[in-house]
Structure formats: structure tokens, C-alpha cells
Design a protein around this ligand. Structure first.
Ligand code: UGA
Ligand code: MN
Length: 422
């Protein structure tokens, strides 16, 4: 699979809004990398004067960089293929029914191989819902599809968050839910869960490359969003609307009818962001003219991931769509990579006066631990099956010897496990 769309952002076209914007660092890095490789290819046609004067020296001068380039490719192939054989095997996946695809991305900041991978766990194009809101499904047939991309990662709150989000999305017609999990292996519990909802979905895994794991801040949700972008690209989808919807946000149903109208890029305020409790466009006479956000940091588009939607036909014009691993700058650089201009932005939510999405955050706790003798985890009670489910959901695990014995009580009195469970 080509990694073309993970390469450099599109060169910016100039307009008056661009003047005060510095080109992101990584673009310059990439440009110099490309420059050096193209200068080595000039060896194929050395300057005629050089050839005439001392052919041998000229050839040696060319051979050295060529050897360098060859070594670089060998190292590149080794690094990308050795880490994950799945990547090597899955190359070229791209048809609708392909079970497995993969991509090699290049770190757009450091220009180093990344070992990215994309694996489809399960998917369904079937919509088993009879009614959405107050109408039968058939009445929505002609609406453009919303591709709702949810990066998610394993932790105690994952399944509850996804369940809550699913119960919002279940009200939304013509929506394909792309759930991209930041881990190596498919979570079978999640496959069952997503299937049960009965709406079209794709469950994929695409873990954050290990070199970013210990960074602070880490680029959260980037590898998996990139995988979803890859999926959209592989399926040549040019009809519909893309929206990045994190698993912990709160979505008003009006959001979906608003973003479905997106012609190019629509924007709207997000509630509960940082110091101001909001982040979003400033609108005058129906046009976006600036932004209100308490963290500018040189961002041309200082918006939250949940604060915009993109029309896929518009996005398809930009071959270098990119979301780099640069914490805090993902939205800005993504929007730059699709050539956004201020005049193209469609303000939504009653000219950006209403909040249609909230940046709610769930308090995270470490895995629960229940100390119970394994001999009692059989079908004499519900506890074996219940605790197994909690383990599969990544919520709690059981132990025989850590911490205090699990409290089991009756009539307000703690009882020994044997009294209730044997
Ligand atoms: C804010 C923005 O709302 C995010 O869109 C942005 O990606 C993030 O900052 C960032 O730049 O780091 P915030 O609430 O601070 O989001 O972050 P989280 O909700 O923890 O993570 C954003 C998304 O990435 C979530 O859907 C989460 O499930 C996912 N995520 C988080 C991963 O896939 N892997 C991780 O290791 C952490
Ligand atoms: Mn969040």
C-alpha cells in the first residue's frame, strides 16, 4: 500500500491569511529529505563537463551517494518489515472485502520509518435498524453518509464510553462508524458489541507506533485516525462527510444534520474546551473571520478535533492528506493538508452560536481487582461469568492472592466466601 497520503503536507497556496503563518517544521524536514534524494538522482545524468574532464572521479562521486541510498532502502525495508510481519503480508489490501490492509507511514517530523499497521477486525455495511428518531430507515435513503471516526484505546472506561456513544449514534441515519482501536490485537468483545448495535461499522486496530508511547505528551488518537483516513482512501470514498468523534465527547443529535450538509469544511464551537469552556470560530456577516480559543500557539486553525467536518469529495482533491504525530497540532496540520482557506469554511450551529458537541472527559481509574478463590468462579453462582465479562471488557480482573479478600455480605454482615459460594 502506498504511503503517499502520509507524506508531506500540500504546499500552501498563498492568500492574505497565510502571511503570518510559519510553515510547520516537519514540512521543511521533508522537503530537505526529498531534495537530497533528488540531487542524488542527478548522478544519472552528470554534468557533461564533469564527465569529460574526469569520468572516473565523477562516477565514484555518483556511486557513493547511490550506495548510501541503497543502504538507506535496505535499512528502511528491514525496519518496516521486521517489526510486524502482518504489514509485509497485508500490502496492497484495498478492495471492499479485503480483510486486512496495511500502510507504511513516514514520520513526517523526523522522516523515520514508523511501523504503522492497520488491521480490520470486523465490519458490517448492513443497517438493521428499523427506525431512527421518528422515521423509518427507508425515508433517509438519499442522505450522504457520515463517516464517524472514533479513535479509542484500551482502558477501564473504554467499553462504557463506546456504549454511551453508540446509543447516541443509533439515533443517526446513514452513518458508518469507524472505530479505530489503539492496540495490536482485535478485542473480540468489541466485535460482538459493535455487531449487536445493528448499524454499519468498521472495527479496526492500529496501534500508536512504540516510539511515541512514552512521549509526554503522546500523540493520542493519531495512529488510529490515520488508519481510518487510510481506510477511506482505500475505499475511494468521495461521497459523504468525515467527522472525527472521540469516544468521550458528548454529541447533540442536531450536530449530525448540521455536518451532513458540509460542502467543503464546516466548523462550529465545541463546549467545555480549556480555559474559556469553549473553542470555535468568530463569525461576522455569516462568514468565519477568526477563532476564539485559549491556546493559539501559532495554529492557523486553532480548533478542536470535534469542531469541524469535511466533505469527502472536497478532501479527495488533496492527495497529501495528513495528520502528523504532533501533539496539539493535529487539527491545524490536518486542515492545512487539505488546503483550507478561511473563505471556504461553512459556519454551522446557527452561525456558531450554539454548542452541538461537548468536550466531556471521563475520570480515569486503574483496573479494578477482585480477590476471590478461583474454585468459586464456576457456574454455582453468577460471579464466574460476570468477572470473566469484566475481564474481557478490560474493567476488572480477579486475583487469588493480591489485596483484601472480596467483600461478600448478607443482611449487612460480611460472610466468608465459602458460606455463600460453595
Ligand atoms: C483533545 C482533543 O479533543 C483530541 O481530539 C486530541 O486528539 C487530543 O486532545 C490530543 O491532541 O491529545 P483529550 O480529551 O485531551 O482530547 O484526549 P483524549 O480524549 O484522551 O484522547 C483523544 C482521543 O484519542 C480519544 O478518542 C481517545 O480514546 C483516543 N486515544 C487516547 C487513543 O486512541 N490512544 C491514547 O493513547 C489516548
Ligand atoms: Mn477527550
Amino acid at each position: 500500500m502506498s504511503s503517499a497520503h502520509y507524506q508531506a503536507l500540500e504546499p500552501q497556496t498563498s492568500d492574505e491569511d497565510n502571511e503570518d503563518i510559519e510553515r510547520p517544521l516537519h514540512q521543511n524536514h521533508l522537503r530537505s529529505s526529498y531534495t537530497s534524494s533528488s540531487s542524488s538522482s542527478a548522478c544519472n545524468a552528470p554534468h557533461p563537463m564533469v564527465r569529460k574532464a574526469s569520468g572516473g572521479v565523477a562516477r565514484r562521486r555518483c556511486i557513493l551517494p547511490l550506495v548510501g541510498v541503497a543502504l538507506f532502502f535496505v535499512a528502511f525495508c528491514y525496519l518496516t518489515l521486521s517489526g510486524d510481519t502482518r504489514i509485509a503480508l497485508g500490502l496492497g489490501g484495498g478492495s471492499e472485502d479485503s480483510e486486512e490492509g496495511s500502510h507504511h507511514g513516514l514520520d513526517s517530523i523526523n522522516f523515520r520509518p514508523l511501523n504503522e499497521s492497520l488491521h480490520i477486525c470486523s465490519e458490517s455495511y448492513e443497517d438493521r435498524r428499523q427506525f431512527m428518531q421518528d422515521k423509518p430507515r427507508s425515508e433517509y435513503g438519499q442522505l450522504p453518509i457520515i463517516y464517524f471516526v472514533t479513535p479509542t484505546y484500551p482502558r477501564r472506561e473504554q467499553i462504557p464510553e463506546l456504549t454511551r456513544l453508540a446509543h447516541t449514534l443509533l439515533h443517526v441515519p446513514r452513518l458508518h462508524w469507524l472505530v479505530a482501536d489503539d492496540q495490536e490485537k482485535c478485542n473480540g468483545y468489541m466485535d460482538t458489541l459493535l455487531n449487536r448495535f445493528g448499524m454499519p461499522y468498521t472495527h479496526m486496530v492500529s496501534p500508536m507506533p512504540s516510539k511515541f508511547r512514552n512521549e509526554k505528551p503522546a500523540p493520542r488518537g493519531v495512529a488510529n485516525r490515520r488508519a481510518a483516513l487510510q481506510w477511506l482512501r482505500q475505499h475511494n470514498l468521495t461521497n459523504g462527510v468525515l467527522y472525527f468523534g472521540d469516544d468521550d465527547n458528548t454529541y447533540d443529535l442536531r450536530l449530525f444534520s448540521e455536518i451532513r450538509k458540509t460542502q467543503r469544511v464546516s466548523m462550529f464551537p465545541v463546549g467545555l474546551i480549556a480555559d474559556y469552556g469553549v473553542s470555535g470560530p468568530v463569525v461576522r456577516k455569516g462568514k468565519v473571520v477568526a477563532f476564539l480559543d485559549s491556546w493559539v500557539a501559532g495554529r492557523r486553525w486553532p480548533v478542536d478535533m470535534a469542531g469541524f467536518a469535511v466533505n469527502l469529495e472536497y478532501m479527495a482533491q488533496y492527495p497529501y492528506v495528513n495528520m502528523p504525530y504532533k501533539p496539539g497540532y493535529e487539527e491545524d496540520l490536518f486542515l492545512r493538508s487539505i488546503g483550507l482557506q478561511m473563505s471556504l469554511i461553512e459556519p454551522r450551529g446557527n452561525n456558531c452560536t450554539e454548542i452541538l458537541v461537548w468536550h466531556t472527559q471521563t475520570k480515569s481509574k486503574k483496573l479494578g481487582m477482585v480477590r476471590l478463590e478461583s474454585k468459586y468462579l464456576d457456574d454455582r453462582s453468577n460471579l464466574g461469568a460476570l468477572l470473566l465479562n469484566l475481564k474481557l471488557m478490560g474493567v476488572a480482573s480477579t486475583t487469588e492472592n493480591e489485596g483484601r479478600n472480596a467483600l461478600i455480605s448478607k443482611n449487612g454482615k460480611e460472610k466468608p466466601h465459602s458460606a455463600i459460594l460453595s
